[in-house]
Write a protein that binds this ligand. Structure first.
Ligand SMILES: C[S@@+](CC[C@H](N)C(=O)[O-])C[C@H]1O[C@@H](n2cnc3c(N)ncnc32)[C@H](O)[C@@H]1O
Length: 213
């Protein structure tokens, strides 16, 4: 259920493009986890971050139904490109039609497989990114970050989603489930890493904006 605060915030952010609205609708109809969508406020923020940082190459870890990829691709310039990495191939039809409807299909390449393997392959090919969005398996966040540090250029941005994990990372006593433990490790690791600066935003389930120095 959307809280009055979230509703007010959504109603005072920009309109959602039709193609992206279509992806959200299909996600609610065809999947059991529509709460995995980034949502319109975070989507608009990602688009604005892509636009204002001047990013031309983006990598996304965790495509799901292609919702956040569509938002970010809208922020790209004419020659921009986004690689999105997803382990599950069952939702590809929603992604492809949604990107067509949003007018960004020619800017996005979908890589099916374990993101860690795809990231290693992209690195071996010499690909460099200006912008990365991490939104897949929380237990693998530290690994994604280490791999991204080889792929993102100095001055580039890495955005990590769900870093507050429904408040579990600051509960006392701390839960010891594997996802919470991994996120605690990840949040501490970023804060200590002298190669980056970070600001954690309390938006939705927590969004860390990390800049590689
Ligand atoms: C939270 S959803 C992504 C939501 C999407 N970014 C959005 O905002 O619409 C996480 C996705 O990560 C995928 N995933 C989990 N582990 C993965 C891995 N190791 N490699 C690639 N994708 C993975 C899941 O299948 C799922 O579709």
């Amino acid at each position: 259920m959307e809280s009055p605060r979230d509703r007010y915030v959504r109603e005072h952010s920009s309109h959602v493009p039709e193609g992206i609205e279509w992806i959200a609708k299909q996600t609610h109809i065809h999947t059991n986890f529509p709460q995995m969508l980034s949502g319109p406020v975070q989507g608009e923020l990602l688009k604005i971050l892509v636009e204002t940082s001047g990013a031309e190459r983006i990598v996304e870890i965790g495509s799901f139904t292609g919702y956040s990829a569509a938002w970010m691709a809208l922020g790209l310039p004419e020659n921009g490109h986004l690689d999105t990495l997803e382990i599950n191939d069952e939702l590809e039809h929603i992604m492809r039609e949604g990107w067509e409807r949003t007018g960004v299909a020619d800017k996005i390449t979908l890589h099916i497989g374990d993101a860690r393997e795809s990231l290693r392959k992209l690195h071996a090919e010499g690909t460099v990114y200006d912008f990365a969005f991490m939104d897949a398996n929380k237990r693998e966040y530290c690994e994604y970050f280490d791999l991204l540090m080889d792929l993102v250029r100095p001055g580039g941005l890495i955005i990590a989603d769900d870093v507050l994990w429904d408040g579990k990372v600051y509960e006392t006593p701390l839960p010891r489930d594997r996802q919470t433990v991994s996120l605690l490790d990840f949040n501490d690791k970023i804060r200590r890493d002298p190669r980056v600066e970070v600001v954690m935003l309390p938006l939705r389930d927590g969004l860390s904006v990390i800049r590689k120095l």
